[in-house]
Design a protein around this ligand. Sequence first.
Ligand code: GLU
Length: 459
Amino acid sequence: MAKQTTDIIERSLQSLLGENSFLPELQDEARTKAFRSLTAILSTPNHIHKSYLRIARENGEVVRIPAFRMQHNDTLGPYKGGIRFHESVNEEEIINLAALMTLKNALHEVPFGGGKGGVAINPREYSTRELYRICAKYVQYFTDILGPDKDIPAPDVGTGSREMDWMMSEYKSIHYGKPYLGSFTGKSVLNGGSLGRKEATGKGVYYTLRYLLHDYLIENQQILISSECPYAATALTYWNRPLTMAVQGFGNVGSVLATEAYHCEYINNKVVAVSDRNVTLYNSAGLNIPALVQYTATNLGDLPSTLEQVNAAGIQAEILDREAILYLDVDVLVLAALEDQIRLDNVDQIRSRIIVEGANAPITGEADEILLGKGAVIIPDILANAGGVIVSYFEWLQGRETQYYSEDEVIKQLLNKMKATMNAVYPSYLGTGRSLRQTCYNHAIMKLSTNLYIQGKLF
Ligand code: GLU
């Protein structure tokens, strides 16, 4: 597991050890021992599964593709988490992402554990038929460990509803006669998916920002004025002021979030920059997000990256290189691409005071500390980007009942759940001086530790 994740888990347990009102049944020697056990349990995955998928390419050549399913922890329910298709996928990374899923589900009280899968390919280099075979093979190789009550994958970077539909169908064939609708989430709506699932992560990420800068502020102004937490100062500084935003990544998360920001009537914000794997587009007066969404829909997901393409998209924008998005002088920077985007070597160039993690682990541990030292407010991944897994949970429930909810109902329930988490977390964030990330980890770890204790796993 990444050192940064184990470090922060250890820090949480260290601080909880000293809070005798937490798990008061455990005192003295028994307490120290139980907390050591918790560190051991949470900083190691339960299972590591690795296979080399045997795939026949279109040209008749047979290749072996590394594939993983990592199961970090199932204390709160079946393992749950996406499967990513990306050329940089590796064992260490997927274990870390599985651990983040455990914490994310615990934080938001979603009754699942944490898992993650990955296939080390660049999906753009494979034909549709080859991708289908990869999906079917993935399910064949990992079939014994997957299932609606064991481990439930979902989309992640490089995968979407198409891949989940294929995988569910393979699962159904192998486990004929068994329940299968809950075996994969993030499926297409026609195939048992949930309305609102596709947009859930992006909408949830934007909602966390809106809640921080608007809703929570309105209800808690007095507490904020008297708090010394950097959030209080930031929230009050940005209150009712026009905000500029830059969004790194224009995929399923970034494009939805930018659209939400574009239409938002609660915060006076404008998205001045967006980026993808090729380019950053910048316009200080604000970008026409709906036109960009329309352009990407007909151009394999890519933003316009040449002058002709920008004109064809019908937008006004300066074309900058793809890294430029990170260093712009904007109020809010949303990281909705991949992990490790802000690191020790580039952290000094970051100018935004508010950073939102739409992707998982986009800031390294060292960079995080530097940013916090400068007073930045970072809305962490496990808080901000849980919309996907929360609606996955609703999809899983709907599949069990074979009863489906309206899109409005799904989004309403999603935002209510995220709001409940934020209301649970913010008072301790404001009161303790810990970072929001550390506060969220503490909450998640309290939930996991309590359940591990109740389940008799600590002695
Ligand atoms: N891949 C998404 C995540 O990282 C969604 C997982 C899910 O729906 O299970 O949270």
